[in-house]
Design a protein around this ligand. Structure first.
Ligand SMILES: C=C(O[C@@H]1C=C(C(=O)O)C=C[C@H]1O)C(=O)O
Length: 269
Protein backbone atom coordinates (compact mmCIF):
# COMPACT_ATOMS: atom_id res chain seq x y z
CA UNK A 1 0.00 0.00 0.00
CA UNK A 2 2.96 2.36 -0.26
CA UNK A 3 1.25 3.96 -3.27
CA UNK A 4 -1.71 4.93 -1.11
CA UNK A 5 -5.29 3.77 -1.33
CA UNK A 6 -6.60 2.29 -4.57
CA UNK A 7 -9.11 4.40 -6.49
CA UNK A 8 -12.05 2.19 -5.52
CA UNK A 9 -10.97 2.42 -1.89
CA UNK A 10 -10.84 6.24 -2.10
CA UNK A 11 -14.28 6.34 -3.66
CA UNK A 12 -15.57 4.25 -0.77
CA UNK A 13 -14.08 6.56 1.85
CA UNK A 14 -16.53 9.09 3.23
CA UNK A 15 -15.66 12.75 3.65
CA UNK A 16 -15.52 12.95 7.46
CA UNK A 17 -15.60 16.31 9.25
CA UNK A 18 -14.12 16.46 12.74
CA UNK A 19 -15.88 18.11 15.71
CA UNK A 20 -14.65 21.30 17.36
CA UNK A 21 -12.00 21.06 20.09
CA UNK A 22 -14.57 21.50 22.89
CA UNK A 23 -16.53 18.51 21.60
CA UNK A 24 -13.36 16.43 21.13
CA UNK A 25 -12.35 17.16 24.73
CA UNK A 26 -15.76 15.83 25.80
CA UNK A 27 -15.11 12.67 23.74
CA UNK A 28 -11.74 12.21 25.50
CA UNK A 29 -13.32 12.85 28.87
CA UNK A 30 -16.04 10.26 28.13
CA UNK A 31 -13.31 7.62 27.82
CA UNK A 32 -11.86 8.22 31.28
CA UNK A 33 -14.46 6.22 33.23
CA UNK A 34 -14.23 3.11 31.00
CA UNK A 35 -10.41 3.20 31.04
CA UNK A 36 -10.29 3.58 34.82
CA UNK A 37 -13.11 1.06 35.41
CA UNK A 38 -11.24 -1.53 33.38
CA UNK A 39 -8.04 -0.70 35.22
CA UNK A 40 -9.84 -1.20 38.55
CA UNK A 41 -11.23 -4.58 37.43
CA UNK A 42 -7.84 -5.66 36.16
CA UNK A 43 -6.18 -4.56 39.42
CA UNK A 44 -8.37 -7.01 41.35
CA UNK A 45 -6.88 -10.00 39.50
CA UNK A 46 -3.43 -11.50 39.95
CA UNK A 47 -0.71 -11.04 37.34
CA UNK A 48 1.23 -13.86 35.71
CA UNK A 49 4.39 -12.07 34.49
CA UNK A 50 5.19 -14.76 31.93
CA UNK A 51 2.30 -13.53 29.73
CA UNK A 52 3.89 -10.13 29.23
CA UNK A 53 7.39 -10.45 27.84
CA UNK A 54 8.11 -7.27 25.88
CA UNK A 55 8.05 -9.08 22.55
CA UNK A 56 5.73 -9.56 19.61
CA UNK A 57 5.46 -13.26 20.42
CA UNK A 58 4.16 -12.66 23.97
CA UNK A 59 0.96 -14.49 25.00
CA UNK A 60 -0.61 -11.01 25.42
CA UNK A 61 -0.06 -10.04 21.79
CA UNK A 62 -1.01 -13.51 20.60
CA UNK A 63 -4.30 -13.22 22.51
CA UNK A 64 -4.93 -9.75 21.08
CA UNK A 65 -4.17 -11.06 17.58
CA UNK A 66 -6.84 -13.77 17.78
CA UNK A 67 -9.38 -11.15 18.92
CA UNK A 68 -8.35 -8.67 16.24
CA UNK A 69 -8.91 -11.17 13.42
CA UNK A 70 -12.57 -11.41 14.49
CA UNK A 71 -12.86 -7.70 15.23
CA UNK A 72 -11.65 -6.84 11.72
CA UNK A 73 -14.51 -8.87 10.20
CA UNK A 74 -16.89 -6.82 12.36
CA UNK A 75 -15.39 -3.57 10.95
CA UNK A 76 -13.69 -2.46 14.15
CA UNK A 77 -10.74 -0.96 12.24
CA UNK A 78 -12.61 0.63 9.33
CA UNK A 79 -11.87 4.14 8.06
CA UNK A 80 -12.79 6.89 10.51
CA UNK A 81 -13.40 4.58 13.50
CA UNK A 82 -10.18 5.78 15.18
CA UNK A 83 -9.48 2.22 16.32
CA UNK A 84 -6.11 0.92 15.16
CA UNK A 85 -5.07 -2.74 15.49
CA UNK A 86 -2.04 -3.85 17.49
CA UNK A 87 -1.27 -6.90 15.34
CA UNK A 88 -2.74 -6.31 11.86
CA UNK A 89 -1.61 -4.09 8.95
CA UNK A 90 -2.72 -0.47 9.24
CA UNK A 91 -5.28 1.23 7.04
CA UNK A 92 -3.71 2.99 4.03
CA UNK A 93 -3.20 6.78 4.23
CA UNK A 94 -5.16 9.46 2.39
CA UNK A 95 -3.55 11.60 -0.30
CA UNK A 96 -5.06 14.90 -1.32
CA UNK A 97 -5.69 15.48 -5.03
CA UNK A 98 -7.79 17.85 -7.12
CA UNK A 99 -10.50 15.19 -7.29
CA UNK A 100 -10.19 14.36 -3.60
CA UNK A 101 -9.29 17.49 -1.63
CA UNK A 102 -8.89 17.72 2.13
CA UNK A 103 -10.05 21.17 3.25
CA UNK A 104 -9.34 22.13 6.89
CA UNK A 105 -11.71 20.21 9.16
CA UNK A 106 -11.78 17.06 7.00
CA UNK A 107 -10.17 14.01 8.63
CA UNK A 108 -7.02 12.89 6.74
CA UNK A 109 -5.78 9.37 7.53
CA UNK A 110 -2.01 9.22 8.13
CA UNK A 111 0.36 6.23 8.33
CA UNK A 112 1.01 6.28 12.09
CA UNK A 113 -0.13 4.14 14.97
CA UNK A 114 1.52 4.42 18.36
CA UNK A 115 0.27 1.06 19.62
CA UNK A 116 3.82 -0.29 19.96
CA UNK A 117 4.54 2.47 22.51
CA UNK A 118 1.39 1.54 24.40
CA UNK A 119 2.30 -2.15 24.64
CA UNK A 120 5.84 -1.20 25.71
CA UNK A 121 4.42 1.01 28.48
CA UNK A 122 1.92 -1.68 29.43
CA UNK A 123 4.43 -4.51 29.75
CA UNK A 124 7.36 -2.61 31.24
CA UNK A 125 5.60 -0.08 33.51
CA UNK A 126 1.97 -1.02 34.13
CA UNK A 127 2.26 -4.81 34.52
CA UNK A 128 4.84 -4.53 37.35
CA UNK A 129 2.52 -2.06 39.12
CA UNK A 130 -0.44 -4.42 38.68
CA UNK A 131 1.68 -7.32 39.92
CA UNK A 132 2.51 -5.37 43.07
CA UNK A 133 -1.20 -5.18 43.99
CA UNK A 134 -1.21 -8.49 45.84
CA UNK A 135 -4.76 -9.73 45.44
CA UNK A 136 -4.98 -12.98 47.38
CA UNK A 137 -8.66 -13.37 46.50
CA UNK A 138 -9.21 -12.57 42.80
CA UNK A 139 -12.89 -12.47 41.80
CA UNK A 140 -12.69 -15.65 39.72
CA UNK A 141 -12.84 -18.43 42.27
CA UNK A 142 -11.46 -21.87 41.51
CA UNK A 143 -11.93 -24.85 43.85
CA UNK A 144 -8.23 -25.57 43.59
CA UNK A 145 -7.74 -22.19 45.33
CA UNK A 146 -5.41 -21.23 42.51
CA UNK A 147 -5.23 -17.46 42.23
CA UNK A 148 -4.17 -17.67 38.59
CA UNK A 149 -6.77 -16.48 36.05
CA UNK A 150 -4.77 -15.92 32.89
CA UNK A 151 -7.66 -15.59 30.44
CA UNK A 152 -9.64 -13.27 32.71
CA UNK A 153 -6.56 -11.06 33.03
CA UNK A 154 -5.75 -11.14 29.29
CA UNK A 155 -9.35 -10.27 28.38
CA UNK A 156 -9.14 -7.16 30.54
CA UNK A 157 -5.62 -6.36 29.26
CA UNK A 158 -6.93 -6.48 25.69
CA UNK A 159 -9.90 -4.29 26.58
CA UNK A 160 -7.76 -1.80 28.50
CA UNK A 161 -5.20 -1.57 25.69
CA UNK A 162 -7.94 -1.07 23.08
CA UNK A 163 -9.48 1.74 25.14
CA UNK A 164 -6.09 3.39 25.74
CA UNK A 165 -5.27 3.09 22.05
CA UNK A 166 -8.61 4.61 21.05
CA UNK A 167 -8.05 7.50 23.47
CA UNK A 168 -4.55 8.18 22.14
CA UNK A 169 -5.54 7.93 18.47
CA UNK A 170 -8.36 10.43 18.98
CA UNK A 171 -5.29 12.70 18.96
CA UNK A 172 -5.72 12.61 15.18
CA UNK A 173 -9.03 14.46 15.40
CA UNK A 174 -7.71 16.73 18.16
CA UNK A 175 -4.98 17.67 15.68
CA UNK A 176 -7.38 18.20 12.76
CA UNK A 177 -9.57 20.38 14.90
CA UNK A 178 -6.57 22.48 16.05
CA UNK A 179 -5.35 22.72 12.44
CA UNK A 180 -8.77 23.86 11.19
CA UNK A 181 -8.85 26.53 13.90
CA UNK A 182 -5.36 27.84 13.01
CA UNK A 183 -4.49 26.94 9.41
CA UNK A 184 -2.10 29.87 8.97
CA UNK A 185 -0.23 28.99 12.16
CA UNK A 186 0.32 25.31 11.37
CA UNK A 187 0.80 25.35 7.57
CA UNK A 188 4.33 26.85 7.46
CA UNK A 189 5.44 24.55 10.31
CA UNK A 190 4.13 21.53 8.40
CA UNK A 191 5.98 22.60 5.22
CA UNK A 192 9.16 23.12 7.28
CA UNK A 193 8.62 19.68 8.91
CA UNK A 194 9.21 21.41 12.22
CA UNK A 195 7.91 18.78 14.65
CA UNK A 196 9.05 20.61 17.77
CA UNK A 197 7.35 23.90 16.81
CA UNK A 198 4.17 21.96 15.97
CA UNK A 199 4.34 20.28 19.38
CA UNK A 200 4.78 23.62 21.14
CA UNK A 201 1.83 25.15 19.27
CA UNK A 202 -0.57 22.30 20.08
CA UNK A 203 0.43 21.64 23.69
CA UNK A 204 -1.97 22.93 26.33
CA UNK A 205 -0.52 22.33 29.80
CA UNK A 206 -3.65 23.57 31.59
CA UNK A 207 -5.75 21.00 29.72
CA UNK A 208 -3.24 18.25 30.54
CA UNK A 209 -3.34 19.12 34.24
CA UNK A 210 -7.11 19.04 34.26
CA UNK A 211 -7.07 15.57 32.64
CA UNK A 212 -4.64 14.29 35.32
CA UNK A 213 -6.64 15.80 38.18
CA UNK A 214 -9.82 14.18 36.87
CA UNK A 215 -8.08 10.81 36.46
CA UNK A 216 -6.94 10.97 40.07
CA UNK A 217 -10.42 11.77 41.38
CA UNK A 218 -12.13 9.22 39.11
CA UNK A 219 -9.76 6.41 40.10
CA UNK A 220 -10.29 7.14 43.80
CA UNK A 221 -14.08 7.09 43.31
CA UNK A 222 -14.18 3.92 41.21
CA UNK A 223 -11.70 1.94 43.33
CA UNK A 224 -13.51 3.00 46.53
CA UNK A 225 -16.79 1.85 44.98
CA UNK A 226 -15.30 -1.63 44.63
CA UNK A 227 -14.44 -1.65 48.32
CA UNK A 228 -17.98 -0.48 49.24
CA UNK A 229 -19.44 -3.09 46.91
CA UNK A 230 -17.73 -5.85 48.89
CA UNK A 231 -14.63 -6.62 46.82
CA UNK A 232 -12.03 -8.56 48.84
CA UNK A 233 -9.09 -6.32 47.99
CA UNK A 234 -6.09 -5.33 50.09
CA UNK A 235 -6.26 -2.13 52.16
CA UNK A 236 -3.77 -0.47 49.81
CA UNK A 237 -6.05 -1.10 46.78
CA UNK A 238 -7.45 2.42 46.35
CA UNK A 239 -4.04 4.11 46.63
CA UNK A 240 -2.40 1.58 44.29
CA UNK A 241 -5.09 1.97 41.64
CA UNK A 242 -4.82 5.75 41.90
CA UNK A 243 -1.08 5.61 41.38
CA UNK A 244 -1.51 3.35 38.34
CA UNK A 245 -4.27 5.55 36.88
CA UNK A 246 -2.14 8.68 37.06
CA UNK A 247 0.73 6.86 35.32
CA UNK A 248 -1.67 5.63 32.63
CA UNK A 249 -3.02 9.12 31.92
CA UNK A 250 0.42 10.77 31.96
CA UNK A 251 1.51 8.22 29.34
CA UNK A 252 -1.71 8.67 27.35
CA UNK A 253 -1.20 12.43 27.20
CA UNK A 254 2.36 11.93 25.91
CA UNK A 255 1.31 9.39 23.28
CA UNK A 256 -1.73 11.48 22.27
CA UNK A 257 0.61 14.43 21.76
CA UNK A 258 2.97 12.35 19.57
CA UNK A 259 0.00 11.20 17.51
CA UNK A 260 -1.16 14.81 17.08
CA UNK A 261 2.30 15.89 15.87
CA UNK A 262 2.64 12.97 13.45
CA UNK A 263 -0.85 13.53 12.06
CA UNK A 264 -0.05 17.17 11.33
CA UNK A 265 3.31 16.35 9.69
CA UNK A 266 1.35 14.34 7.07
CA UNK A 267 -1.72 16.60 6.97
CA UNK A 268 -0.85 18.24 3.66
CA UNK A 269 0.19 15.01 1.87
C1 LIG B 1 -5.90 16.63 23.59
C2 LIG B 1 -5.38 17.85 23.58
O1 LIG B 1 -4.06 18.12 23.19
C3 LIG B 1 -2.90 17.87 23.98
C4 LIG B 1 -2.96 16.57 24.67
C5 LIG B 1 -3.73 16.49 25.77
C6 LIG B 1 -4.31 15.20 26.23
O2 LIG B 1 -3.84 14.14 25.79
O3 LIG B 1 -5.27 15.22 26.98
C7 LIG B 1 -4.03 17.66 26.44
C8 LIG B 1 -3.58 18.88 26.03
C9 LIG B 1 -2.69 19.04 24.89
O4 LIG B 1 -1.40 19.22 25.33
C10 LIG B 1 -6.22 19.01 23.96
O5 LIG B 1 -5.76 20.16 23.79
O6 LIG B 1 -7.35 18.81 24.41
Amino acid sequence: HSLGPRNDEIAARPDLTVPTLTTVRGILSNLEAPIISTLVQRSALTTNPSLYQPSESSPLLHYIHTQELEAQKLHRFDYGRLEYPFTLPLISPDHASRANPFPPGRFHQDTFSRNANLTAFYTTTLVPLLASITTSTPFFYHLSNSTQNDVAALTLDAQLLALMSHRAHIGKIVAESKFAANVSGYTPLIYRRDASAIRTLLTNVTQEESVLTKAQAASRALASAWVSAGALVPSSFVASVQGAAVKVFRELIDITTQIEVEYLLQRLD
